[in-house]
Design a binder for this molecule. Structure first.
Ligand code: AQP
Length: 321
């Protein structure tokens, strides 16, 4: 059963991406799955071309360094011609109303004087990502569920109108993973494109920088180490991060530490140790462009092979070529 997940190169990989997604992809993924760097999606808001290219490479390296099966990894834009063609066909299957109803579009465009058209249409590109690869399961959080529903609706409509081409995807709940919060503001989730990086641990941060960021994490003045996410969100976040790193439950690790200083020390060391091999391997890969290029080329070839017949059929039955 092909599963499909992506990471957008909108910034450097942060601890939440790693603990919440990439580490699971490495542990549970198979070479039938599709894990890709969605660089096309990163262009729906203002972007810098050379930074986009560098971040795409960095994310590819982090995925491989974490142990995601290199045969399942690819870069979205390596299939830009195929995706562009299918996106057009799917845009001709989708209505304006359907696209404009997307909550993410409403949220991300709110209050902006200028919005790229691609911000409106990118859920159709996402449908193309899913349908082109024949993905059956798309693990997504609530914010992306509506987009997978759109992919389903478009697959159903296309198949019903022109002929059976696409497999029906469905949104699945991702395996329970840590939801990491910003260390400086635990009411927000940790994000790669946060304006202030003080509360964001990046996978490639040096050990000293990780320690500094964790030591400065916001806690509270209750002075009790216990796992109470509602009342003590900062402490709970540190406990969740520590628990995820040492692969135990937050309640359990809470019992083993005394005060906030110790909690921060132990958490910082656990994060440093968890990230160390990934950071080192990522650096090696970034210093060895040939190896990364090879992974990228193979990933693209595999995705192209897997999807060729579906694209050809979609173009043919809809009257093209
Ligand atoms: N804080 C987080 N905790 C757990 N999981 C997280 N993910 C993101 N942040 C956390 C998961 O990482 C995967 C890739 O994320 P994405 O690139 O598709 O987009 P995102 O969720 O918008 O990630 P960011 O880091 O917050 O980026 P920006 O700042 O650009 O919005 C997904 O599986 C996501 O759930």
């Amino acid at each position: 059963m092909t599963r499909l997940s992506a990471i957008t190169p909108s910034g450097s990989v942060q601890l939440g991406n790693y603990l919440g997604a990439i580490r699971q992809w490495a542990a549970e993924g198979t070479d039938e799955d599709v894990y890709f760097i969605s660089d096309l999606h990163a262009m729906t808001t203002s972007h810098n071309p050379s930074r986009l290219r560098a971040l795409t490479r960095e994310q590819l390296a982090v995925l491989v360094a974490t142990g995601v099966d290199p045969r399942s990894v690819s870069v979205q834009s390596d299939l830009v011609r195929e995706l562009g063609a299918l996106t057009w066909v799917l845009e001709c299957t989708c209505t304006y109303g359907e696209a404009a109803r997307m909550i993410q579009f409403k949220e991300k465009s709110k209050g902006r004087s200028s919005v790229r058209l691609s911000l409106l249409t990118y859920p159709v590109l996402m449908a193309a990502d899913i349908l082109l690869q024949g993905a059956r399961e798309v693990p997504v959080g609530d914010d992306q569920r509506q987009h997978v529903e759109l992919a389903r609706a478009l697959a159903r409509r296309f198949n019903g109108t022109y002929g059976e081409v696409f497999a029906m995807p469905k949104a699945v709940v991702p395996p329970t993973a840590a939801r990491v919060r910003d260390l400086a503001d635990p009411t927000r989730k940790m994000a790669k494109s946060a304006k202030d990086s003080a509360g964001t641990v990046f996978v490639l941060d040096s050990p000293d920088l990780v320690r500094r960021k964790v030591r400065r994490a916001v806690t509270d003045d209750l002075g009790v180490v216990r796992y109470a996410p509602e009342e003590q969100p900062g402490v709970a976040n540190l406990l969740e991060v520590l628990a995820a790193c040492v692969r135990k439950a937050p309640e359990e690790v809470a019992e083993s530490v005394k005060g906030y200083a110790e909690l921060k020390e132990v958490t910082a060391e656990a994060v440093v140790e968890e990230l160390r091999p990934v950071r080192e391997r990522t650096r090696e890969l970034l210093d060895d462009p040939a190896e990364l290029d090879r992974v990228r080329r193979h990933g693209a070839e595999r995705s192209r092979e897997r999807s060729r017949h579906r694209l050809d059929a979609a173009l043919r039955v809809s009257g093209l070529g």
